[in-house]
Design a protein around this ligand. Sequence first.
Ligand code: KG4
Ligand code: ZN
Length: 346
Amino acid sequence: MRVLGIETSCDETGVALYDTERGLLADALHSQVAVHGAFGGVVPELASRDHIQRVLPLVERVLADAGLSIDAVDAIAFTQGPGLAGALLVGASVASALGFATGKPVIGVHHMEGHLLSPLLATPAPQFPFVALLVSGGHTQFFDVRAVGRYRLLGDTQDDAAGEAFDKTAQLLGLPYPGGPALAELAEAGTPGAVSLPRPMLDSGTLDLSFSGLKTAVALRARDAANGGDPASLPADRKADIACAFQAAVVDVLVAKSLLALDVTGFATLVVAGGVGANRALRSRLHGALSARGAAVFFPEPRYCTDNGAMIAMAAALRLMEEARVSAPPNSASYSFSVRPRWALP
Ligand code: KG4
Ligand code: ZN
Protein backbone atom coordinates (compact mmCIF):
# COMPACT_ATOMS: atom_id res chain seq x y z
CA MET A 1 0.00 0.00 0.00
CA ARG A 2 1.27 3.48 -0.88
CA VAL A 3 0.30 6.54 1.14
CA LEU A 4 1.01 10.19 0.36
CA GLY A 5 1.50 12.13 3.62
CA ILE A 6 1.16 15.89 4.11
CA GLU A 7 2.42 17.66 7.25
CA THR A 8 1.58 21.34 7.80
CA SER A 9 1.02 21.62 11.58
CA CYS A 10 3.57 24.33 12.32
CA ASP A 11 6.52 25.85 10.46
CA GLU A 12 7.56 23.04 8.12
CA THR A 13 5.77 21.86 5.01
CA GLY A 14 6.51 18.15 4.64
CA VAL A 15 5.29 15.77 1.94
CA ALA A 16 6.30 12.12 1.52
CA LEU A 17 5.31 8.88 -0.16
CA TYR A 18 5.50 5.70 1.95
CA ASP A 19 5.10 2.16 0.67
CA THR A 20 4.37 -0.61 3.19
CA GLU A 21 6.49 -3.06 1.15
CA ARG A 22 9.37 -0.83 0.14
CA GLY A 23 9.50 1.87 2.84
CA LEU A 24 9.95 5.53 2.09
CA LEU A 25 9.84 6.18 -1.67
CA ALA A 26 10.36 9.96 -1.63
CA ASP A 27 10.12 12.86 0.73
CA ALA A 28 10.45 16.62 0.55
CA LEU A 29 10.51 19.34 3.16
CA HIS A 30 10.32 23.09 3.12
CA SER A 31 11.38 24.88 6.31
CA GLN A 32 9.92 28.32 7.08
CA VAL A 33 12.95 29.51 9.09
CA ALA A 34 13.46 32.40 6.69
CA VAL A 35 9.79 33.45 6.99
CA HIS A 36 9.75 33.64 10.80
CA GLY A 37 13.39 34.44 11.59
CA ALA A 38 12.90 38.21 11.71
CA PHE A 39 10.07 37.79 14.26
CA GLY A 40 11.97 35.52 16.67
CA GLY A 41 9.20 32.88 16.55
CA VAL A 42 6.45 31.37 14.43
CA VAL A 43 3.86 33.86 13.12
CA PRO A 44 0.77 31.64 12.56
CA GLU A 45 -0.75 33.63 9.68
CA LEU A 46 2.55 33.72 7.79
CA ALA A 47 2.94 29.99 8.40
CA SER A 48 -0.48 29.27 6.82
CA ARG A 49 0.21 31.46 3.80
CA ASP A 50 3.59 29.85 3.22
CA HIS A 51 2.12 26.32 3.46
CA ILE A 52 -0.40 27.31 0.75
CA GLN A 53 2.46 28.30 -1.57
CA ARG A 54 4.57 25.20 -0.89
CA VAL A 55 2.36 22.20 -0.51
CA LEU A 56 1.31 21.43 -4.11
CA PRO A 57 4.80 21.93 -5.61
CA LEU A 58 6.13 19.56 -2.91
CA VAL A 59 3.45 16.97 -3.77
CA GLU A 60 4.48 17.21 -7.44
CA ARG A 61 8.15 16.89 -6.53
CA VAL A 62 7.60 13.82 -4.34
CA LEU A 63 5.58 12.04 -7.05
CA ALA A 64 8.22 12.93 -9.66
CA ASP A 65 11.06 11.73 -7.40
CA ALA A 66 9.22 8.42 -6.88
CA GLY A 67 8.50 8.20 -10.63
CA LEU A 68 4.79 7.69 -9.91
CA SER A 69 1.55 9.46 -10.67
CA ILE A 70 -1.14 10.18 -8.12
CA ASP A 71 -3.06 7.18 -9.54
CA ALA A 72 -0.42 4.90 -8.00
CA VAL A 73 -1.24 6.21 -4.50
CA ASP A 74 -3.72 4.22 -2.38
CA ALA A 75 -4.55 6.87 0.24
CA ILE A 76 -3.77 10.45 1.16
CA ALA A 77 -2.90 11.38 4.76
CA PHE A 78 -2.62 14.74 6.47
CA THR A 79 -1.78 15.98 9.96
CA GLN A 80 -5.14 16.67 11.59
CA GLY A 81 -3.69 18.04 14.84
CA PRO A 82 -2.42 19.15 17.22
CA GLY A 83 -0.90 22.32 15.79
CA LEU A 84 -1.73 25.79 14.49
CA ALA A 85 -5.35 25.84 13.26
CA GLY A 86 -4.73 27.79 10.06
CA ALA A 87 -1.63 25.78 9.18
CA LEU A 88 -3.44 22.47 9.78
CA LEU A 89 -6.32 23.61 7.57
CA VAL A 90 -3.98 23.98 4.60
CA GLY A 91 -2.86 20.34 4.74
CA ALA A 92 -6.37 19.11 5.54
CA SER A 93 -7.99 20.95 2.64
CA VAL A 94 -5.31 20.05 0.10
CA ALA A 95 -5.37 16.36 1.11
CA SER A 96 -9.17 16.27 0.96
CA ALA A 97 -9.25 18.02 -2.42
CA LEU A 98 -6.69 15.57 -3.83
CA GLY A 99 -8.71 12.68 -2.43
CA PHE A 100 -11.95 14.01 -3.87
CA ALA A 101 -10.38 14.63 -7.29
CA THR A 102 -8.89 11.13 -7.48
CA GLY A 103 -11.44 9.10 -5.49
CA LYS A 104 -8.81 8.01 -2.96
CA PRO A 105 -9.44 7.67 0.78
CA VAL A 106 -8.22 10.52 2.97
CA ILE A 107 -7.03 9.95 6.53
CA GLY A 108 -6.25 12.45 9.31
CA VAL A 109 -3.21 11.59 11.44
CA HIS A 110 -2.29 12.67 14.97
CA HIS A 111 0.97 14.61 14.70
CA MET A 112 2.35 13.02 17.88
CA GLU A 113 1.46 9.53 16.65
CA GLY A 114 3.58 10.38 13.61
CA HIS A 115 6.48 11.33 15.90
CA LEU A 116 5.89 8.28 18.09
CA LEU A 117 6.12 5.87 15.15
CA SER A 118 8.91 7.78 13.34
CA PRO A 119 11.71 5.56 14.76
CA LEU A 120 10.17 2.78 12.63
CA LEU A 121 11.52 4.65 9.59
CA ALA A 122 15.05 3.63 10.67
CA THR A 123 16.84 0.41 9.72
CA PRO A 124 16.90 -1.68 11.82
CA ALA A 125 13.50 -0.68 13.18
CA PRO A 126 12.61 -1.24 16.85
CA GLN A 127 10.30 -4.13 17.76
CA PHE A 128 7.17 -3.68 19.87
CA PRO A 129 6.71 -3.29 22.80
CA PHE A 130 8.76 -0.19 23.63
CA VAL A 131 8.76 2.95 25.71
CA ALA A 132 8.47 6.10 23.60
CA LEU A 133 9.87 9.40 24.80
CA LEU A 134 8.19 12.16 22.79
CA VAL A 135 10.14 15.32 23.25
CA SER A 136 9.24 18.25 21.04
CA GLY A 137 8.34 21.93 21.19
CA GLY A 138 4.88 21.23 22.62
CA HIS A 139 5.23 17.80 24.28
CA THR A 140 7.42 15.89 26.71
CA GLN A 141 5.74 12.56 27.35
CA PHE A 142 6.45 8.90 27.99
CA PHE A 143 4.24 6.27 26.37
CA ASP A 144 3.94 2.51 26.76
CA VAL A 145 3.65 1.35 23.14
CA ARG A 146 2.43 -2.23 22.54
CA ALA A 147 1.50 -1.98 18.86
CA VAL A 148 0.33 0.53 16.26
CA GLY A 149 -2.61 2.30 17.92
CA ARG A 150 -1.97 0.83 21.40
CA TYR A 151 -0.47 3.67 23.42
CA ARG A 152 -0.71 4.35 27.16
CA LEU A 153 0.52 7.63 28.64
CA LEU A 154 3.02 6.97 31.44
CA GLY A 155 4.15 10.49 32.27
CA ASP A 156 3.86 14.05 31.04
CA THR A 157 5.31 17.48 31.67
CA GLN A 158 3.42 19.44 34.28
CA ASP A 159 4.19 22.74 32.55
CA ASP A 160 6.63 23.57 29.73
CA ALA A 161 7.83 21.06 27.15
CA ALA A 162 11.58 20.46 26.94
CA GLY A 163 11.77 22.00 23.45
CA GLU A 164 9.87 25.05 24.63
CA ALA A 165 12.39 25.47 27.49
CA PHE A 166 15.23 25.20 24.92
CA ASP A 167 13.55 27.85 22.76
CA LYS A 168 12.88 30.24 25.65
CA THR A 169 16.39 29.88 27.05
CA ALA A 170 17.79 30.55 23.59
CA GLN A 171 15.66 33.69 23.36
CA LEU A 172 16.91 34.82 26.78
CA LEU A 173 20.48 34.53 25.51
CA GLY A 174 19.65 36.44 22.33
CA LEU A 175 20.13 33.47 19.99
CA PRO A 176 18.38 33.45 16.62
CA TYR A 177 15.17 31.51 15.94
CA PRO A 178 14.88 28.51 15.84
CA GLY A 179 16.35 28.61 19.32
CA GLY A 180 16.67 24.93 20.30
CA PRO A 181 19.30 23.89 17.75
CA ALA A 182 21.22 27.18 18.24
CA LEU A 183 21.30 26.68 22.02
CA ALA A 184 22.42 23.06 21.60
CA GLU A 185 25.27 24.15 19.35
CA LEU A 186 26.37 26.86 21.79
CA ALA A 187 26.19 24.35 24.67
CA GLU A 188 28.88 22.24 23.00
CA ALA A 189 31.33 25.15 23.41
CA GLY A 190 30.58 25.57 27.14
CA THR A 191 32.56 24.27 30.12
CA PRO A 192 30.64 21.52 31.93
CA GLY A 193 30.07 22.39 35.60
CA ALA A 194 30.88 26.12 35.23
CA VAL A 195 27.25 26.98 36.08
CA SER A 196 25.00 24.82 38.24
CA LEU A 197 21.26 24.47 37.70
CA PRO A 198 18.52 22.35 39.34
CA ARG A 199 17.22 19.04 37.93
CA PRO A 200 13.46 19.42 38.47
CA MET A 201 11.54 16.32 39.62
CA LEU A 202 14.62 14.15 39.12
CA ASP A 203 13.87 12.06 42.20
CA SER A 204 10.09 12.39 42.23
CA GLY A 205 9.74 8.65 41.61
CA THR A 206 7.15 9.33 38.89
CA LEU A 207 7.42 9.74 35.14
CA ASP A 208 6.08 13.28 35.26
CA LEU A 209 8.42 16.12 34.38
CA SER A 210 8.61 19.89 34.83
CA PHE A 211 10.73 22.42 33.01
CA SER A 212 9.33 25.80 34.00
CA GLY A 213 11.39 25.97 37.26
CA LEU A 214 14.53 25.24 35.27
CA LYS A 215 13.60 27.97 32.79
CA THR A 216 13.22 30.44 35.69
CA ALA A 217 16.48 29.27 37.33
CA VAL A 218 18.43 29.74 34.11
CA ALA A 219 16.92 33.21 33.65
CA LEU A 220 17.97 34.20 37.20
CA ARG A 221 21.50 32.82 36.71
CA ALA A 222 21.87 34.60 33.39
CA ARG A 223 20.66 37.94 34.81
CA ASP A 224 23.05 37.58 37.77
CA ALA A 225 25.90 36.88 35.37
CA ALA A 226 24.93 40.04 33.45
CA ASN A 227 24.78 42.04 36.72
CA GLY A 228 21.06 42.54 36.32
CA GLY A 229 21.40 43.57 32.66
CA ASP A 230 20.31 41.79 29.48
CA PRO A 231 21.81 38.27 29.32
CA ALA A 232 21.87 38.61 25.52
CA SER A 233 24.79 41.03 25.95
CA LEU A 234 26.95 38.53 27.88
CA PRO A 235 30.21 37.45 26.21
CA ALA A 236 29.93 34.31 24.08
CA ASP A 237 31.90 32.09 26.50
CA ARG A 238 29.61 32.96 29.43
CA LYS A 239 26.56 32.27 27.28
CA ALA A 240 28.08 28.95 26.25
CA ASP A 241 28.57 27.95 29.92
CA ILE A 242 24.92 28.79 30.66
CA ALA A 243 23.72 26.89 27.57
CA CYS A 244 25.88 23.91 28.56
CA ALA A 245 24.46 23.87 32.12
CA PHE A 246 20.89 24.15 30.82
CA GLN A 247 21.33 21.33 28.31
CA ALA A 248 23.02 19.12 30.95
CA ALA A 249 20.07 19.64 33.32
CA VAL A 250 17.50 18.73 30.64
CA VAL A 251 19.50 15.71 29.49
CA ASP A 252 20.04 14.44 33.07
CA VAL A 253 16.31 14.56 33.76
CA LEU A 254 15.34 12.92 30.45
CA VAL A 255 17.92 10.13 30.87
CA ALA A 256 16.91 9.40 34.49
CA LYS A 257 13.21 9.32 33.62
CA SER A 258 13.84 7.15 30.56
CA LEU A 259 15.59 4.57 32.77
CA LEU A 260 12.69 4.73 35.22
CA ALA A 261 10.20 4.22 32.36
CA LEU A 262 12.05 1.05 31.34
CA ASP A 263 11.98 -0.16 34.98
CA VAL A 264 8.27 0.56 35.34
CA THR A 265 7.29 -1.21 32.12
CA GLY A 266 9.90 -3.94 32.16
CA PHE A 267 10.58 -3.18 28.47
CA ALA A 268 14.10 -3.33 27.07
CA THR A 269 13.63 -0.82 24.24
CA LEU A 270 13.31 2.95 24.26
CA VAL A 271 12.50 5.04 21.22
CA VAL A 272 12.99 8.78 21.21
CA ALA A 273 11.17 11.08 18.82
CA GLY A 274 10.33 14.75 18.31
CA GLY A 275 12.57 17.75 17.66
CA VAL A 276 14.63 17.50 20.87
CA GLY A 277 15.45 13.92 19.84
CA ALA A 278 17.86 15.52 17.36
CA ASN A 279 19.94 16.79 20.30
CA ARG A 280 23.41 15.23 20.13
CA ALA A 281 24.06 15.31 23.90
CA LEU A 282 20.75 13.55 24.60
CA ARG A 283 21.44 10.92 21.93
CA SER A 284 24.91 10.10 23.21
CA ARG A 285 23.93 10.05 26.91
CA LEU A 286 20.96 7.76 26.21
CA HIS A 287 23.11 5.43 24.11
CA GLY A 288 25.62 5.17 26.97
CA ALA A 289 23.07 4.77 29.77
CA LEU A 290 20.94 2.19 27.98
CA SER A 291 23.74 0.07 26.59
CA ALA A 292 25.21 -0.10 30.13
CA ARG A 293 21.91 -1.80 31.11
CA GLY A 294 21.64 -4.05 28.09
CA ALA A 295 18.68 -2.03 26.78
CA ALA A 296 18.38 -0.59 23.28
CA VAL A 297 17.58 2.95 22.20
CA PHE A 298 16.32 3.93 18.75
CA PHE A 299 16.19 7.41 17.27
CA PRO A 300 14.97 8.48 13.88
CA GLU A 301 17.63 10.14 11.75
CA PRO A 302 17.86 13.77 12.95
CA ARG A 303 15.87 15.01 9.92
CA TYR A 304 12.95 12.76 10.91
CA CYS A 305 13.09 13.94 14.54
CA THR A 306 11.74 17.35 13.59
CA ASP A 307 8.49 17.74 11.66
CA ASN A 308 8.31 15.90 8.33
CA GLY A 309 5.85 14.29 5.94
CA ALA A 310 7.47 10.84 6.12
CA MET A 311 6.21 10.12 9.64
CA ILE A 312 2.67 11.15 8.66
CA ALA A 313 2.64 8.97 5.53
CA MET A 314 4.06 6.01 7.48
CA ALA A 315 1.74 6.39 10.50
CA ALA A 316 -1.28 6.48 8.17
CA ALA A 317 -0.05 3.47 6.20
CA LEU A 318 0.52 1.41 9.36
CA ARG A 319 -2.89 2.42 10.71
CA LEU A 320 -4.60 1.51 7.44
CA MET A 321 -2.86 -1.87 7.41
CA GLU A 322 -4.03 -2.51 10.99
CA GLU A 323 -7.59 -1.41 10.48
CA ALA A 324 -8.06 -2.42 6.85
CA ARG A 325 -9.91 0.84 6.54
CA VAL A 326 -9.22 1.23 2.83
CA SER A 327 -11.70 -1.53 2.16
CA ALA A 328 -14.56 0.92 2.75
CA PRO A 329 -14.97 2.81 -0.53
CA PRO A 330 -14.96 6.58 0.01
CA ASN A 331 -18.06 8.60 -0.74
CA SER A 332 -18.40 12.37 -1.00
CA ALA A 333 -18.97 12.61 2.77
CA SER A 334 -15.48 11.13 3.24
CA TYR A 335 -14.06 14.40 1.96
CA SER A 336 -15.49 16.76 4.54
CA PHE A 337 -12.66 17.64 6.89
CA SER A 338 -11.88 19.16 10.25
CA VAL A 339 -8.73 19.92 12.19
CA ARG A 340 -7.97 19.42 15.89
CA PRO A 341 -5.52 22.12 17.04
CA ARG A 342 -5.66 20.69 20.59
CA TRP A 343 -5.78 16.91 20.61
CA ALA A 344 -4.48 14.51 23.25
CA LEU A 345 -2.90 11.16 22.36
CA PRO A 346 -4.20 8.47 22.66
O1 KG4 B 1 8.98 18.01 16.68
P1 KG4 B 1 9.26 19.43 16.34
O2 KG4 B 1 9.93 19.74 15.05
O3 KG4 B 1 7.93 20.26 16.37
C1 KG4 B 1 6.95 20.07 17.33
O4 KG4 B 1 6.11 19.17 17.11
O5 KG4 B 1 7.04 20.77 18.36
O6 KG4 B 1 10.11 19.99 17.56
C2 KG4 B 1 10.56 21.30 17.59
C3 KG4 B 1 11.29 21.53 18.90
C4 KG4 B 1 11.66 22.99 19.09
O7 KG4 B 1 11.36 23.36 20.42
C5 KG4 B 1 13.16 22.98 18.83
O8 KG4 B 1 13.83 24.00 19.50
C6 KG4 B 1 13.55 21.63 19.34
O9 KG4 B 1 12.52 20.77 18.94
N1 KG4 B 1 14.85 21.18 18.78
C7 KG4 B 1 15.94 20.95 19.52
C8 KG4 B 1 16.95 20.53 18.61
N2 KG4 B 1 16.43 20.53 17.35
C9 KG4 B 1 15.13 20.91 17.48
N3 KG4 B 1 16.17 21.05 20.84
C10 KG4 B 1 17.40 20.73 21.29
N4 KG4 B 1 18.41 20.34 20.49
C11 KG4 B 1 18.25 20.22 19.16
N5 KG4 B 1 19.26 19.82 18.38
ZN1 ZN C 1 6.37 17.89 15.76
